[in-house]
Design a binder for this molecule. Structure first.
Ligand SMILES: [Zn+2]
Length: 425
């Protein structure tokens, strides 16, 4: 606690003596919080000073007010030197520029401006995901046809096979906790985490997502798992790594440690969801799964620990992950459905049908996904394209699968810095 107080005292004195970056940072936080009144999903986390929140609430800014203030802060920022001169300070300056530009785009969207899917993802997430023709996915489906021969829709054959791998509801918590412990242990071998970091798990229903990490500050998170639809065995490690270790929980804790507590950079106490930061958050959370549990290591752990805990046949773990490997090649199918749907080329029913056919999602899961498109729109690219961008960046710095130590090191550094998508290229 003393470190927080010290960092905040430092910050307040910086504001008082007129450090332009500290003033800009505080103004940025206030504007992000103000956006929360117009967009309920906008403020994903806030653990900064209470008075900034009170100030934002009292001001009752309209979207027009926010838009004007964002432009004015961005102008001041471009004239402000990136104090410090080190790499982190330069990244911080670029980070604020991109985050403000994304806020400005979100204000325009909330006021009714229509952007195409790609324009929107460029404006909000600083990236445009590649486009694939149907034939790209059909080639993968042809391979899956051979794996699941028979009549009727492929999605039905696939779904029938997959039923043997559902985690029974009453075993979910045990399996999930074992997965979290394992992901945490893998992460702790390579990453120094704040001593008091922790989180709580809750099971919820009626959501458009399958899992969510709500970061609460002081190195704590609340992780929610949605149990609306069957949860397959791969989701245990995927969710535990993605939401927890070394994913969102670790990312937020490292930003809090290195940027908020060590440097007093207030802007990192708030996390605006529809901004470039989300591509880094989702991309690292997804790439982190294979950093923590590369290939065979994962299959062995599943076979020896998670399959038995879930009451599933351990002899079938390799078979399950072989099919998962084939399915991975369909990961961009969701983006195509979202792009066509949000660009108005297909309606919700057609998007659902497209996902059933090309992403092999059973009807209910496909319908849940379309609800996700409605709520989060082009955010979908952050998961798969984000993962690919993060992987390429880390590999380009020598963090390849063959150099696991270096990979962890580069990965941890990325999690501790304000780097944004265009900075990954
Ligand atoms: Zn996520």
């Amino acid at each position: 606690m003393t470190r927080v107080v010290a960092a905040l005292a430092l910050l307040i004195s910086a504001v008082q003596i007129g450090d332009p970056m500290a003033q800009i940072s505080r103004e940025y936080v206030r504007l992000v919080l103000a956006m929360g009144d117009h967009d309920k999903d906008y403020v994903d986390a806030y653990y900064g000073p209470e008075d900034v929140k009170t100030e934002a609430a009292k001001a009752k800014l309209s979207l027009d007010d926010i838009g004007k203030s964002v432009t004015s802060v961005a102008g001041r920022l471009s004239g402000a030197p990136a104090a410090g001169g080190d790499e982190l300070s330069r990244l911080r300056h670029q980070y604020l520029q991109k985050q403000l530009a994304a806020m400005s785009a979100r204000v325009r969207m909330l006021k009714g401006e229509r952007l195409s899917f790609d324009e929107e993802s460029k404006a909000l997430y600083d990236a445009v995901a590649p486009t694939y023709p149907d034939s790209h996915f059909q080639a993968v489906l042809d391979r899956l046809e051979k794996r699941f021969p028979g009549t009727g829709p492929l999605v039905t054959r696939f779904d029938t096979w997959r039923r043997d791998f559902v985690i029974p509801r009453e075993k979910l918590d045990t399996v999930f906790k074992a997965a979290i412990d394992a992901c945490r242990a893998q992460t702790l071998k390579h990453v120094k985490l704040p001593a008091n970091e922790s989180f709580t798990v809750e099971y919820v229903t009626g959501k458009s997502w399958s899992g969510y990490n709500w970061y609460q500050g002081n190195f704590r998170s609340l992780i929610q798992v949605n149990t609306d639809l069957p949860i397959y065995i791969d989701r245990a490690i995927d969710l535990a790594c993605h939401e927890g270790y070394p994913g969102h929980h670790v990312y937020n804790a490292l930003l809090e440690q290195h940027l908020v507590k060590d440097r007093g950079w207030l802007e990192f106490t708030v996390y605006p969801l529809f901004t470039p930061q989300s591509l880094i958050a989702e991309g690292t959370a997804n790439f982190g799964i294979e950093v923590a549990f590369p290939g065979q290591e994962r299959v062995n752990f599943e076979k020896n620990t998670l399959f038995p805990l879930a009451g599933l046949d351990p002899a079938r773990a390799a078979e399950y992950y072989e099919v998962q490997g084939l399915m991975e090649a369909l990961s961009y199918a969701g983006n195509e459905a979202a792009r066509r749907y949000l660009d108005g080329k297909i309606d919700a029913a057609a998007a659902t049908a497209w996902l059933e056919r090309y992403a092999l999602m059973p009807r209910e899961r496909a319908a849940q996904r379309v609800r996700f498109f409605d709520q989060y729109r082009s955010y979908v690219i952050n998961y798969n394209y984000g993962k690919d961008l993060v992987r390429r960046f880390i590999e380009s710095r020598g963090g390849t699968a063959q150099q696991p130590e270096k990979r962890w090191q580069e990965f941890t550094q990325l999690l501790s810095s304000p780097r944004l998508p265009s900075g990954l290229r």
